[in-house]
Design a protein around this ligand. Structure first.
Ligand SMILES: [Zn+2]
Length: 64
């Protein structure tokens, strides 16, 4: 089964915010705004893993 998800963090907590612009969505998890993608659970989990890795990297860079 496919569902809509954020291409940045894989969350399905996305909402269509501009009625005149069907391609603009907002992710309420990471704050991403833009076109979203459709995919299955595996895809969502993969994106989420990458997103978490990116967050870890960012935190490390702040410490250095
Ligand atoms: Zn997101």
């Amino acid at each position: 089964m496919l569902f809509k998800m954020c291409p940045k963090c894989g969350s399905n907590n996305v909402k269509w915010i501009i009625p005149q612009n069907w391609s603009t969505w907002k992710c309420y998890r990471c704050g991403y705004i833009g076109p979203i993608i459709e995919g299955n659970k595996e895809m969502s989990e993969e994106i989420e893993e990458n997103y978490i890795e990116e967050l870890k990297k960012e935190k490390k860079e702040e410490k250095d």
